[in-house]
Design a protein around this ligand. Structure first.
Ligand code: SF4
Length: 304
């Protein structure tokens, strides 16, 4: 007898996309160690996957199904794209606006983070590379748009607005440079970009609840992360790193408080969006959801 989550994970394990061993566009700017394992053809050791990923896959499948029914001439759905030797499937291409559209499911908590800081660079790289792949195939793709959907609240947040953003070639270039650096490095030298108890590592083909092959070799009976010390046993360097990180954090918090306090000068009385000459994003003042007396300040893509 299997539980709901076990059945969902089983379904996800059987999906062709999950079984794909080669790197995909979503690996760009993900964990460098994981990408290195894939490039080296390492056999996966963890079949578990993650429930969040299964829910995301189900949403994608449903969106793709309905899109196929309502697509307009020239629109593309779950379309295969090849770029720089990587194969992948873009979610949607809107022919009328020449826009590549990608759906990302997330938690409402992470959505707040995205609203505040903008899309993850990896998301921008992924969608930009889809766009570049389409252009290389002769499809007139000019814009990208990422639609974030919170799994728990159903809130949708579209970046950078419904019209999409013109493709920035720099995102494609940066993605290719990142990939080249990973390809050129020895697998042993590639950093582990997540922590062993994170959802990334728990659902990683080379990690998992027991640490997998990625966290093998740590100090017995100690934190799995001691494997980093085993590989680089320079206690003074680690202590210096911790000290510097704490100093940076303190300085960053002070800078954030100062800048946010100063910018309250240009907040419209009822909040809202403000364009700042000489800055490439707009500011968006909104009342704090939990304490309406306070204001939250978000960055949003500029109008032009
Ligand atoms: S287990 Fe974590 S750190 Fe290791 S390769 Fe996977 S995602 Fe990266």
């Amino acid at each position: 007898m299997k539980t709901t989550s076990q059945l969902l994970l089983l379904a996800d394990q059987r999906r062709p996309r999950t079984q794909q061993r080669e790197i995909g566009f979503s690996d760009l700017r993900s964990c460098r160690k994981r990408t290195g394992y894939k490039l080296a053809g390492t056999e996966p050791v963890n079949q578990l996957g993650s429930i969040q990923a299964v829910i995301g896959s189900a949403v994608h499948d449903m969106v793709a199904d309905i899109m196929r029914q309502v697509a307009e001439p020239g629109d593309l759905v779950e379309h295969q794209v090849t770029f720089a030797g990587i194969k992948g499937h873009l979610d949607r291409y809107e022919a009328s606006t020449e826009t590549v559209v990608d759906t990302k499911t997330t938690s409402s908590r992470w959505l707040e983070h995205i609203k505040l800081h903008g899309p993850e660079l990896g998301h921008l790289w992924q969608v930009s590379c889809y766009c570049a792949g389409l252009i290389a195939a002769g499809v007139p793709a000019k814009r990208i748009r990422i639609e974030y959907l919170a799994r728990d609240t159903g809130e949708e947040w579209i970046w950078p607005g419904t019209d999409g953003m013109l493709l920035n070639p720099r995102n494609v270039r940066d993605a290719m440079q990142w990939l080249e650096a990973v390809r050129d490095a020895d697998l042993d030298m590639l950093p582990r970009d997540h922590e062993p108890d994170s959802v990334f590592c728990l659902g990683c083909p080379f990690g998992g609840p027991d640490g997998g092959i990625c966290w093998e070799g740590h100090v017995p009976e100690r934190d799995r992360r001691t494997v980093r010390f085993v590989e680089d046993p320079d206690a003074a360097a680690w202590a210096t790193k911790l000290w510097a990180a704490r100093q940076r954090k303190k300085a960053d918090t002070e800078d954030e408080d100062q800048a946010k306090g100063a910018l309250d000068a240009i907040r419209p009385d009822d909040g809202g969006r403000v364009h700042v000459d000489g800055f490439d994003k707009d500011l968006d003042f909104r009342r704090n959801a939990k304490d309406p007396e306070k204001w939250a300040l978000y960055f949003v893509a500029g109008a032009s």
